[in-house]
Write a protein that binds this ligand. Structure first.
Ligand code: PMP
Length: 461
């Protein structure tokens, strides 16, 4: 077989990809007809494709490259670790220095008494750990009936059987017989789409109180935990009304259930502080982490649990673990990533300088005729596309059409911005510069113009 490299013509790479590579969340034959985009290099916040086109990556990959692309220190940390100890497991009474050092560092960074880490290789795996862990925790405490985990519609917690069941994506549940038993979904705090005539504050309280109602209906003795993203990411960067989280915290405190904050996106600086729980003043018993932990340079995730949860779990043998739990190379890379994020003041600067600058610019997009609202927290933001701002109306076209048109226009204009239905979302690397923020806004505006024209011309408004 001829060697396949970056230097091959794009068409040949596309044909091979179409012939052999099954893509996540992709309609395969549609993509094969169109031709996949081949990304070949990246540096800072910029991606380059096989045709030499450059894109400002306003999504940091999949919400993960917090540090930006191309940091040689991480490659060196990986190479050093591979030479010294490329692999060993943490089962059967052994450990290694990278896992010790990373768990200790995570314990320092996470708030409160979240001092103990169970490693995984992804957010999905970590949430599967959480499902088994909370049920085992309650069994250990002599309350085996506490099994149900309450989650929210339109939440995203991963793609495995367990984590996709926790998630509230109906299109995912429709495939593969989900959700698995003992997962219950309440409504999401998405005021723009579902708030009707209520004020955001009233709506936030109403949605939070659904948790208390669900605990009441299901029976507190049957509920193990509530899981939520501090800010929903894949659901469309839904920043809840200010009344929501304090009420959720009150309800979790008042009832005997564990609170799991899924920080896979919000963690490691995304919301302007180290964790979304700090930005939104949440006190979880368990945190799910992944993505920004290694800035995506290595696959790694984990569940960080409180002193009390660890104390109870330490009284049994938890029959759970992955071959790559605490993989030494992934741990070494994550440690180096955390060192740089901290020592170079990247999280600090993202919160105090870049976020306010981006917020000011991002909110100017509401002047565009197609934009109904612009929301942003730290470096994760969204805009809602609408044909009629005042009524927050939906388009005549099928939901998601306008978003898709806008996303294509972004790509055509050197910007990676994702769409979730008819919301456009951003989550740029934390190292994005102010000049790049200006470019992001200019390109987003141009893409909105292109989308507006197409939607009008094609009668889709
Ligand atoms: N939780 C959240 C909040 C996520 O956004 C994601 C991924 N987008 C996951 C879990 C799953 O993580 P992974 O894709 O690493 O399995």
């Amino acid at each position: 077989m001829t060697s396949i490299t970056n230097h091959m013509p794009t068409a040949e790479l596309q044909a091979l990809d179409a012939a052999h590579h099954l893509h996540p969340f992709t309609h395969g034959s549609d993509l094969a007809k169109k031709g996949v985009r081949v990304i070949t290099r990246a540096s800072g916040s910029t991606l380059t494709d096989s045709e030499g086109n450059e894109f400002l990556d306003a999504m940091a990959g999949l919400w993960c490259v917090n540090l930006g692309y191309g940091r040689p220190e991480l490659a060196e940390a990986a190479a050093r670790q591979m030479k010294e100890l490329p692999y060993y497991n943490t089962f059967f009474q052994t450990t290694h220095v990278p896992a010790i050092a990373l768990s200790a560092r995570i314990a320092e960074l996470t708030p409160g008494d979240l001092n103990h880490v169970f490693f995984a290789s992804s957010g999905s795996e970590a949430n599967d750990t959480n499902m088994r862990l909370v049920r085992t925790y309650w069994e250990q405490k002599g309350k085996p009936s506490k099994k149900i985990i309450i989650s929210r519609k339109n939440a995203y917690h991963g793609s495995s059987m367990g984590s996709a069941s926790l998630g509230g994506m109906s299109a995912m549940h429709a495939q593969g017989g989900l959700p698995i038993p003992d997962v219950h979904h309440i409504e999401q705090p998405h005021w723009y789409a579902e708030g009707g005539d209520m004020s955001p504050e009233e709506f936030g309280l109403e949605r939070a109180r659904q948790l208390e109602q669900a605990i009441h209906d299901l029976g507190e003795d049957n509920v193990a935990a509530f899981i939520a993203e501090p800010i929903q990411g894949a659901g469309g960067v839904i920043i809840p009304p200010e009344t929501y989280w304090p009420e959720i915290q009150r309800i979790c405190d008042a009832h005997e259930i564990l609170l799991i904050a899924d920080e896979v996106i919000c963690g490691f600086g995304r919301t302007g502080k180290w964790f979304g729980s700090q930005t939104l003043d949440i006190r979880p018993d368990i945190m799910t982490i992944a993505k920004g932990l290694s800035s995506g340079y290595q696959p790694i995730g984990g569940s960080v649990v409180s002193d009390e949860v660890a104390r109870v779990m330490d009284e049994c043998e938890f029959a759970h673990g992955y071959t790559y739990s605490g993989h030494p190379v992934a741990c070494a890379v994550a440690l180096e990533n955390l060192r740089i994020l901290d020592e170079e003041g990247i999280v600090e600067r993202a919160g105090t300088e870049t976020a306010p600058y981006l917020k000011e610019k991002w909110e100017t997009l509401t002047d565009h005729p197609l934009v109904g609202e612009a929301r942003i927290a730290g470096l994760m933001g969204s805009i809602a596309l609408t044909p009629h701002k005042e009524s927050r109306a939906k388009f005549a076209a099928e939901a998601g059409t306008a978003g898709l048109i806008c996303r294509e226009a972004c790509f055509g204009n050197g910007l990676v911005m994702r769409h979730v239905g008819d919301r456009m979302v951003i989550s740029p690397p934390l190292v994005i510069t102010k000049d790049e923020v200006d470019t992001l806004i200019e390109r987003a505006w141009t893409a909105l113009d292109v989308a507006h024209k197409r939607l009008t011309d094609e009668g889709l408004m």
